[in-house]
Design a protein around this ligand. Structure first.
Ligand code: 4NP
Length: 164
């Protein structure tokens, strides 16, 4: 293990019921499998619409087919303290990224980036599946799995701290 320091990661979408809980579940599952117990994960939404709700049933069913449980997660909105608590705040799309950057308190040290920065070649965003069909939820999982693996590689090497 190259890194003894803990790293705290927050995954962010709009509602925190589709994309970011999927990313939360998948990344946590893969971190555990990889033995990276010094990395902690949480998720949140830029909006408060679904505060306190479990993930969307379509997201939970799609993730369960890949052996990732999501039903224990509950939605919450991003708060100012998140910019102090987390080292890495990862947005699912460009709008989420812009909203996070607009909300970041002055002097915040958190690195705020797109999650898909860690999965070159699959697009820059995890598109919102909420108003679409089942294929959208599969695409979310495909992209989130790839970004999780890329991020885990960078966490192992320490490269996540230098890359922008
Ligand atoms: P998420 O998806 O941002 O991936 O959780 C959405 C969930 C809810 C809504 C939009 C997107 N909504 O408009 O309620």
């Amino acid at each position: 293990m190259s890194c003894e320091k803990s790293v705290r990661i927050l995954l962010v979408c709009l509602g925190n019921i589709c994309r970011s809980p999927t990313a939360h579940g998948v990344l946590e599952h893969r971190l555990r499998a990889a033995g990276l117990d010094w990395v902690t994960v949480d998720s949140a939404g830029t909006a408060a619409y679904h505060q306190g709700n479990a993930p969307d049933a379509r997201a939970t069913a799609a993730a369960a087919r890949r052996n990732v449980p999501l039903a224990h997660l509950r939605a919450r909105q991003v708060v100012a303290a998140d910019f102090e608590t987390f080292d890495l705040i990862l947005a699912m799309d460009a709008q989420n990224l812009a909203d996070l950057r607009a909300q970041a308190p002055a002097g915040s040290l958190a690195s705020v980036r797109l999650f898909m920065d860690f999965a070159k070649g699959l697009g820059t965003e995890v598109p919102d599946p909420y108003y679409g069909g089942a294929a959208g939820f599969e695409q979310v999982l495909d992209r989130v799995e790839a970004a999780s693996d890329g991020l885990i590689g960078q966490l192992r090497s320490g490269a996540w701290q230098g890359a922008e």
